[in-house]
Ligand binder design. Structure first.
Ligand SMILES: Cc1ncc(COP(=O)(O)O)c(C=O)c1O
Length: 438
């Protein structure tokens, strides 16, 4: 398929971006990419250059760009009913909620729709406080929860916190970060006891002993795809429950089959959260956030609330079409297979280069932690940024993360093929060779 002949003038878009948008809306790359079109794993820029997209607009185009079934369903819905608000019922909202209940773990059954992960987090926290009648929240260091005042206070990456602490009652436990484990090197299953002790001590010493909730991403995404050790969530959930709080699981990045084998990352640990938060891949690019919980918890929200655009029929249609494709294509199994292929290739790069300190992740959520050298493990953001640029030179879009922006993150569409995965690995390999020389 050809590229649109008359695209925007990329220089004008870049100048307009500088002039009319907040400077904090910072794009990747010294020379930012002006995207004009996407299809599957491919995107094209305003100058007609083609890229293989292995970051999916931050793990969001879950069934690829402009999937024909999503496009068709959205067009149909937009031409029929484009907006309703939550004052009226729509079949689309009920249908997406029903589908989420079908794939969510355990007894999670009732959803509240918003427009972003941030809002879904806010919903989860307020709900946990209303249900428990408590206000103290435990989050994790290296965690990312979004950009509102509450979500940025839950976030424990200083670079993503625009204000000093402004929301009281939030405490941060140690991150289960095996590569930089505070207890043992290499980190092993016994460290779970130490992380559990830290949580319990945090509750006992810094709170009134009555937490409303413990919130955690199953894999810390912005943190650089930090995967907690086996047994971790079982222990953490047990402790927060013992102190009468809820376990809120953030599946904004790890949900919808991305980690392979299961629909949600937390299922790898066999734990049923009390509240689960979803966004990003849920509608393959449409703005949808969802908070799902058990009916008795949902019932605790007794005051009025409204989300004008939450449950918008067009966004719901995108979510339904995305879900249909995901179920039919069995994306958890696909992500497991392609994830294994991707990991094998990345492991090889990890063995080849001294500046790749750690290769980690699950399924199609794989990362490289870039360091000065394997011995010192000193973060090397300059090299990571260099790799981002050399990958772009190879026509490959990838992402950054980690506390210092020193972790390379990959997260392609869950429909990525074997050939596309091999192609991405070949491009990554050339990008690594080039950055190694620089
Ligand atoms: C784990 C996690 N939670 C919440 C959010 C916030 O989502 P949004 O950017 O849609 O508000 C993000 C965004 O990156 C995220 O990665």
């Amino acid at each position: 398929m050809g590229v649109r002949a008359a695209g925007p003038d990329s220089a004008a878009v870049k100048a307009g971006h500088r002039e009319y948008l907040f400077p904090c809306v910072t794009p990747y790359y010294a020379d930012p990419v002006v995207v004009v079109r996407g299809l599957g794993l491919k995107v094209w820029d305003a100058d007609g250059r083609e890229y293989l997209d292995f970051f999916s607009g931050i793990l969001t185009t879950a069934v690829g760009h402009c999937h024909p079934e999503v496009v068709e369903r959205v067009q149909e819905q937009l031409a029929t009913l484009g907006h309703s608000s939550t004052l009226y019922l729509t079949e689309a909202q009920v249908e997406l909620a029903r589908r989420l209940a079908e794939i969510a773990p355990g007894r999670l059954r009732q959803s509240f729709f918003t427009n972003s992960g941030t809002e879904a987090i806010e919903t989860a926290i307020i709900l946990a406080c209303m249900y428990t009648g408590r206000t103290e929240i435990i989050a994790l260091r290296y965690g990312y929860s979004g950009r509102s005042i509450l979500a940025s206070n839950l976030t424990a990456h200083s670079a993503w916190r625009p204000l000093p602490t402004t929301v009281p009652g939030i405490k941060h436990a140690l991150s289960p970060y095996p590569y930089r484990c505070p207890f043992r090197s290499p980190c092993d299953d016994t460290c779970v006891d130490a992380f559990a002790n830290d949580l319990e001590e945090l509750i006992v010493t810094t709170t009134n002993g009555k937490p409303a909730a413990f919130i955690a991403e199953t894999i810390q995404g912005v943190g650089g795809y930090i995967v907690p050790p086996p047994g971790y969530f079982q222990r953490m959930a047990e402790i927060v429950h013992r102190y009468g709080g809820l376990f809120i699981c953030d599946e904004v990045q790890a949900g919808f089959g991305r980690t392979g084998e299961h629909w949600f990352g937390i299922e790898h640990w066999g734990v049923e959260p009390d509240i689960m938060v979803m966004a990003k891949g849920i509608a393959s690019g449409f703005p949808v956030g969802a908070t799902i919980t058990r009916p008795e918890i949902a019932a605790a929200w007794t005051t009025k609330t409204i989300s004008t655009f939450g449950g918008n029929p067009v966004s719901m249609a995108a979510g339904i079409a995305t879900n249909e494709v995901m179920v039919r294509e069995n994306v958890p199994a696909r992500a497991a297979a392609r994830g294994k292929q991707l990991r094998t290739g990345l492991d090889e790069l990890g063995r080849r280069y001294g500046w790749i300190g750690d290769v980690r992740g699950m399924g199609l959520m794989q990362a490289l932690e870039i360091v000065e050298d394997k011995q010192s493990k000193t973060p090397n953001p300059k090299k990571a940024k260099g790799l981002l640029e050399t990958a772009k030179d190879e026509g490959l879009l990838i992402g950054l993360g980690g506390l210092n922006g020193h972790v390379i993150r990959l997260g392609p569409s869950l429909l990525v093929t074997e050939e596309e995965t091999a192609d991405a690995l070949a491009r990554m390999s050339r990008a690594c060779t080039n950055v190694d020389r620089s």
